[in-house]
Design a protein around this ligand. Sequence first.
Ligand SMILES: [Zn+2]
Length: 339
Amino acid sequence: MDICTFIDSLNCLADLHLHLDGSVSVASARRLAAIEKVSLPDDDSVLKSMLMVPEDCSNLNEYLERFSLPVSLMQSKESLCTAAYDLCTALADQGLMYAEIRFAPQKHCEKGLTQKEAVMAVLEGIRRSGFRAGLILCCMRDGSDNCAENLETVRLSYEFQNRGVCACDLAGAEALFPNENYIYVFKEAKRLGVKLTVHSGEALGAESVRVALENGADRIGHGVRSAEDENVVRLLKEKDIPLEICPTSNINTCVVQNVSELPVRKFMEQGIRVTINTDNMSVSSTDIKNELKKTVKAFGFGVPELKTLLVNSVAASFADDTLKEKCLKKIEDDLNKYL
Ligand SMILES: [Zn+2]
């Protein structure tokens, strides 16, 4: 069987880097718009283009502009709960057994919700779907004076640590607002014992990853530009920090032009734990099977490398050991079906 056909048949997949607001489908956007009383264009293709990155997107900042519509559609408990439910249902249909969904609660307080209410609404949507997902709460680097909001996000990650939230994140325009400006986020997460993943080494180079690693990041979102400095690659290996690589997203934001330019094979050969993820299913018009197929094709991978990628995703997840064991067994069973 062709490996891409095989990937299409799998039900043992996981996605560790997936933004709720970047993964709102056209159908879900219509449901959310009805709740929020926002009018949308009648034509689905027009709406799809509003949720998707333009072909000529030139950088991460332009990519991030695509989030304003979906964020505006999720400003109430009901819409947040519905968005999370819709996403989880879609993930289950796509063959995922587990996902870590992330969102920035502070972006959903425009109509009076508190961050805590936003978190509880998303957790409720996940719960109702029956799909197994951990929630990651994003602190934002967006140039606003949001230190208090970011600290509140880290503290909510702690408060809901054993109730559906598995980690916190630092997201937003890395090149404009580097990690150095957000050391307080790292410190607070460490103080509270909250797991931390940090968007780094995407719009900025290896130095950004080094700062994240030296300040205690447990995982790195993207991290592909770590390859620019061998010392940073060595640090990733020494600390055994997994990378959440999102191939199509990196093309959209012009980090690379082709998937084959990503240091996926190089990192794997160097013993770095690489995971493959979608980042934003709607903005990048993709899903996890598409990302895996692009990756195996670009690097000529066979089933052994595919298995490594799938196992890495489970091992690098913030899930508990019982769930990890269950997921690893499912990978083993599913991959044994390859003839
Ligand atoms: Zn991301």
